[in-house]
Ligand binder design. Sequence first.
Ligand SMILES: *[C@@H]1O[C@H](CO)[C@@H](O)[C@H](O)[C@H]1NC(C)=O
Ligand SMILES: *[C@@H]1O[C@H](CO)[C@@H](O)[C@H](O)[C@H]1NC(C)=O
Ligand SMILES: *[C@@H]1O[C@H](CO)[C@@H](O)[C@H](O)[C@H]1NC(C)=O
Ligand SMILES: *[C@@H]1O[C@H](CO)[C@@H](O)[C@H](O)[C@H]1NC(C)=O
Ligand SMILES: *[C@@H]1O[C@H](CO)[C@@H](O)[C@H](O)[C@H]1NC(C)=O
Ligand SMILES: *[C@@H]1O[C@H](CO)[C@@H](O)[C@H](O)[C@H]1NC(C)=O
Length: 325
Amino acid sequence: MLRTIFFCVAALSTFTTAVWAELNCTAVPISLAVANSTLSSGVKRRGVAVTLGTPPQKFSLTVAATYNNTYFQEGPVTKENCPMDADTPAARCITLKGGVFDRDASFTWLPQTKQSFRGSSQDFNTVLDTFDRGQEVLSTSEFNLTNYPVGLLSKYTGDAAAHGMLGLSLNSTLLETLVAEGKISSNSWALDYGWSGYDSTWVDGALTLGGYDKSRFQGDLYPQDFSIQSNGQVDQECALKVTIESMVMTNSSGSVDLLPGGKSEAKLACVTPNYPLITLPGTMFDIFNQNMNGKYSDDKRSVGAFYLWGFVDSGTPYALCFQFI
Ligand SMILES: *[C@@H]1O[C@H](CO)[C@@H](O)[C@H](O)[C@H]1NC(C)=O
Ligand SMILES: *[C@@H]1O[C@H](CO)[C@@H](O)[C@H](O)[C@H]1NC(C)=O
Ligand SMILES: *[C@@H]1O[C@H](CO)[C@@H](O)[C@H](O)[C@H]1NC(C)=O
Ligand SMILES: *[C@@H]1O[C@H](CO)[C@@H](O)[C@H](O)[C@H]1NC(C)=O
Ligand SMILES: *[C@@H]1O[C@H](CO)[C@@H](O)[C@H](O)[C@H]1NC(C)=O
Ligand SMILES: *[C@@H]1O[C@H](CO)[C@@H](O)[C@H](O)[C@H]1NC(C)=O
């Protein structure tokens, strides 16, 4: 269960640039709900609802900080592009992928070559291997884009991050397209994931494009650039880094801090909204598990409704890994 708000100014903008959209009302920021939407399988999934193609096919996308393009899983569901077996029937694969796109069922699909593609060509490098390119009609509750460049994940990979996502990195095709069409004023975005979790009252989040929503955070805004590697590229593994000094877990008999040492034990955490697994360093997992009365002692992996964006803890193997869906 997590309520996280992250504001991200693409490129090396200053704080002044970040609030510019607020001062200039010619194109106000766009807000898209981060909420449950129903996929073609009839299953609900939390994410940003978009449709692709004509007639429209339904998707629920995550937000990715290390990709520029907008990606969809290629469909229809087959053994090649979805892991269809007894554990993962088609409906589950469709949910995991945030929907699968059937290009043959759309009459507005325009295939593109690597050369003619107007999106980013270098996006995929080591993380996800291949993608096909095309142009399609992309719609949300707030805008319609025609001839919008999208990537299709043409092969199944076991990577948990390989699913439909809105790439909002430095040269995001979505942000650049919206700015070019005058629909937003700046290449910036903010994400409030909302609140989700087992038995709790869900609160919808919001993805704000071209600015941020003041009502969705408390305190002062802290602008932060993407993490850049020495070669000038955005850090593919972790573009958005935060330091966590305290993480309070509450069970029915009390509360405990998973980082009892406070500042002296501060951990670097990675904000990767497109990676749907929780991972915690071993020491934190052990305290967590004590408060769960040792429930996860076996393989330290379980499936349950608990969610946190991936932690980075160099040297320590992932100790806890809950699957979100
Ligand atoms: C990508 O973004 C950077 C930073 O804003 C900019 O300098 C560069 O020209 C962009 N690249 C492309 C291909 O648009
Ligand atoms: C607002 O944006 C428009 C269009 O980009 C620009 O022409 C105008 O000068 C801006 N106004 C202010 C006050 O920044
Ligand atoms: C997008 O296009 C559809 C179909 O033409 C239309 O019904 C809808 O109002 C449009 N949405 C926006 C936000 O312009
Ligand atoms: C969203 O969907 C999940 C899974 O179907 C469900 O558990 C949850 O209650 C739903 N939340 C809302 C607010 O509809
Ligand atoms: C696309 O995104 C990556 C990773 O965030 C970045 O390093 C790269 O420069 C971008 N590609 C282009 C063509 O702008
Ligand atoms: C809550 O955690 C404490 C340890 O911190 C444990 O003794 C207690 O049994 C836990 N309660 C439940 C209901 O799991």
